[in-house]
Design a binder for this molecule. Structure first.
Ligand code: NAD
Length: 333
C-alpha cells in the first residue's frame, strides 16, 4: 500500500472552469480547503463557480500567468488543457499540442518555490495504438505506453508532459504525481459544441430525438468499439488519493466496466424510456477500436478502484443534460 501524506490547505486548480476542475474545486471547498481556481475562459463560462473560491481568469500558456496561479499555493492540480472528444482531438492536433506550454510553464513556476505536490492529468490516449486495434480488448497496463505510439497530437502531448513531470521530479525535486484518466463523464461538463465526449454526446442525441419526436440517432463508427467510462465522483476521489500518495510513476485512473458504444446507447435509451433507429456514420472520428483500464496497480497501491456503475452515473448525467436542454425548449418536460 502507498503511504498517504497530509498537506497544507492552500490548493490551486488549474483548469478550474472546466468539467473535472469544477468538480474538484467543489470537493476541495467542501473539505474546507483554501481554494484558488484558474482558467482561461471568462468566469461566466465556467461550469461551476463559487464565491468563496478565488477565481482567476488566466491564460496559463503564459509563464507570468502560471507564476500568478501558483503563488502562495502548496498543492497544484494541473487540469488545464485545450481538449475535447474524438471529434475535437482528431481535427485539432496542433491546438492540443500547444497545451504543452501550460504544463511547462507551471513546472517552471513551481521549480523555484516550495510546494507540497504537483498533479498532472494525463490520459489513456498515451497508450500505444497497436494495443487497441480490436474491440476484444486486453485492458491497458501502465507499461503499455511504451514503445510509444500515442494518439496523434493530443496523446503525444500528454506523454511528453508526463515525462516532463518525471524529469522535473528527478532533476529538480518537484514532487509530481500523474494519473492517466480513462473517459470521464458526469454533470456540469460539455455536451454540445464539438468538444463533448461519447457519454454526453449520446445523452444529448437521445434527448434531442425524444424532445423532437424524430426517434433516430446518429452513432459515430459501427457501434462495436469498446470503452470504459469513469463517473466524475470516482475521478475526483482517485485524483486526490493519487496526489497524496507516494506513487511516483503515471498510474491508470479509470473504470474497468467495459461496454460497446451500442451498449452505452442501450443504457441511455433505457433511462430515457425510448427506442431509437440507429444510423451508423462510418466516416466520423471514432478513435481506437477498443480500450479498457487495467486496474491491477491502483488496487494494489491504493486498495481502491473506481466502482460507480455506468448505469448509475449515466442516470445522473442524463438528468442534468435533460434539464439543460429542456429549459430551452418550450413545453418539453
Ligand atoms: P475541460 O475542457 O472541461 O477542462 C479543461 C479546462 O482547461 C477548460 O476549462 C479550459 O478553458 C482550460 N484551459 C484550456 N487552455 C487553457 C489555458 N491556456 N489557460 C488556462 N486554462 C485553459 O476538460 P476536462 O474533461 O475537465 O479535462 C481536464 C483534464 O483531464 C485535461 O488535462 C484533460 O486532458 C484530462 N483528461 C480528461 C479526460 C476526460 O474524459 N474528460 C480524459 C483523459 C484526460
Amino acid at each position: 500500500m502507498a503511504a498517504v501524506t497530509i498537506m497544507s490547505d492552500k490548493v490551486v486548480v488549474c483548469g478550474g472552469g472546466g468539467f473535472i476542475g469544477g468538480h474538484l474545486v467543489a470537493d476541495l471547498r467542501r473539505q474546507g480547503k483554501s481554494v484558488r481556481a484558474a482558467d482561461v475562459k471568462p468566469l461566466s463560462e465556467w461550469y461551476q463557480r463559487f464565491d468563496d473560491v478565488e477565481n482567476l481568469q488566466l491564460d496559463l500558456d503564459l509563464r507570468e500567468s502560471c507564476e500568478e496561479a501558483v503563488d502562495g499555493m502548496a498543492e497544484i492540480y494541473n487540469l488545464a488543457a485545450d481538449m475535447g472528444g474524438m471529434g475535437f482531438i482528431e481535427n485539432n492536433k496542433a491546438l492540443c499540442m500547444i497545451t504543452v506550454l501550460i504544463n511547462t510553464h507551471l513546472l517552471l513556476a513551481v521549480k523555484e518555490r516550495k510546494i507540497d505536490r504537483y498533479f498532472y492529468a494525463s490520459s489513456a490516449c498515451v497508450y500505444n495504438a497497436e494495443k487497441q486495434t480490436s474491440p476484444d480488448v486486453v485492458a491497458l497496463r501502465e507499461e503499455d505506453a511504451y514503445p510509444a505510439l500515442a494518439e496523434d497530437g493530443y496523446g503525444w502531448e500528454k506523454l511528453f508532459s508526463e515525462r516532463m513531470c518525471r524529469h522535473f521530479r528527478e532533476d529538480f525535486g518537484v514532487p509530481t504525481r500523474v494519473a492517466r484518466y480513462h473517459n470521464v463523464y458526469g454533470p456540469f461538463g460539455t455536451f454540445e459544441g464539438g468538444r463533448e465526449k461519447a457519454p454526453a454526446a449520446i445523452c444529448r442525441k437521445v434527448i434531442q430525438a425524444k424532445l423532437s419526436g424524430s426517434h433516430e440517432i446518429e452513432i459515430w463508427g459501427d457501434g462495436h468499439q469498446t470503452r470504459s467510462f469513469m463517473y466524475i465522483d470516482d475521478c475526483v476521489k482517485g485524483t486526490q488519493m493519487i496526489m497524496h500518495s507516494d506513487i511516483l510513476e503515471p498510474i491508470n485512473l479509470g473504470s474497468s466496466e467495459l461496454v460497446t458504444i451500442n451498449q452505452l446507447v442501450d443504457i441511455v435509451e433505457q433511462i430515457a424510456g425510448v427506442k431509437l433507429k440507429r444510423n451508423y456514420n462510418l466516416s466520423a472520428p471514432k478513435g481506437v477500436n477498443g480500450r479498457n483500464s487495467d486496474n491491477t496497480m491502483i488496487k494494489r497501491l491504493l486498495n481502491w478502484e473506481p466502482s460507480i456503475r455506468l448505469r448509475d452515473g449515466l442516470e445522473k448525467t442524463y438528468r442534468w443534460i435533460y434539464d439543460q436542454m429542456s429549459q430551452r425548449v418550450p413545453h418539453a418536460a
